[in-house]
Structure formats: structure tokens, C-alpha cells
Design a protein around this ligand. Structure first.
Ligand SMILES: [Zn+2]
Length: 147
């Protein structure tokens, strides 16, 4: 068991603590850093899990990327893909829905594609979610080349 950021060996307590709080293998230093980022941006835990899932698949993504207007949960700038994690799908109001649609519209205008992923998907289907994002990236890559 090693830290996904720095490959530092994790002790039992450290590993258990990281898995209990974040669900990803991180050393104390990196766990603290991520926790601080989550506190600042209200980042859902699933965004962290997806970020490291993508990292393990070789994807260079950015957590809480500031696009000039808002902070994006996960951005993959190489293919101009923004990923937002939805945490309260069942309690979404129409105001939130139209806000999300407007944000997506602005991103599209800047050449960015936004996908929204319900947090439960990451909880139960992390591998499949990563595989699908890899497919989306491949599609976007081909598309960007064509332009
Ligand atoms: Zn570390």
C-alpha cells in the first residue's frame, strides 16, 4: 500500500484513515492537502476517487480547475473535457438544472464539453466510469484533430 501521489509506504493506521475518509490511498501529507482542497471548494469525495481512478488509467486531469468563471470538479484540458460530479441528483431543483445547463452552454462556447456524473456511479461503478471517460476522451481527441 503506497501513496498514489508520492509512492510513500503507508502504515496500517494511515491506510485505514485514508480509506475511511477519502476512499483513496494517500499518505498523511497528501491526505491533508486533498482534505484542504475539498474544504475550500466543497469538492465531493467521489471527485477525488474519480480523479485518482483516472490517474491510475494514465489520464492527466486537474482537480478543482478554475476556468475563469467557476471551479470545475475535474478538468482534462488536453481534450477540453470538464467533469462535474452531481451529489444531489434526486433533490435537484429546476433552478439548479437551468444553472447547470447555462454553465454547460458557456463551457461549450469556449470549446469545452461538460459531462455530469452522478456520485453514486463512481461509488458503485468506478472502473466502468473511467472506461467510459477514456472513450469520451478518445472521441474528443479525434474531433479536435478534425477541427
Ligand atoms: Zn503522498
Amino acid at each position: 500500500m503506497t501513496c498514489l501521489e508520492c509512492n510513500k509506504q503507508l502504515g496500517y493506521a494511515n491506510h485505514k484513515n485514508a480509506m475511511d475518509t477519502l476512499g483513496v490511498e494517500l499518505c498523511e501529507v497528501h491526505q491533508r492537502r486533498i482534505t484542504k482542497l475539498m474544504d475550500t471548494n466543497a469538492t465531493p469525495r467521489e471527485a477525488i476517487q474519480l480523479y485518482y481512478g483516472l490517474k491510475e488509467a494514465g489520464v492527466n486531469a486537474m482537480l478543482e480547475w478554475w476556468d475563469g468563471n467557476k471551479s470545475i470538479d475535474i478538468a482534462i484540458s488536453r481534450v477540453k473535457l470538464n467533469i462535474e460530479i452531481d451529489t444531489e441528483y434526486d433533490r435537484m431543483t429546476h433552478e439548479q438544472a437551468i444553472n447547470d445547463l447555462e454553465k454547460a452552454m458557456h463551457s461549450f462556447k469556449n470549446g469545452f464539453t461538460t459531462i455530469r456524473i452522478p456520485h453514486v456511479l463512481i461509488k458503485y461503478y468506478l472502473k466502468e466510469t473511467v472506461v467510459n471517460i477514456l472513450g469520451i476522451m478518445e472521441g474528443l481527441r479525434v474531433h479536435l484533430k478534425a477541427i
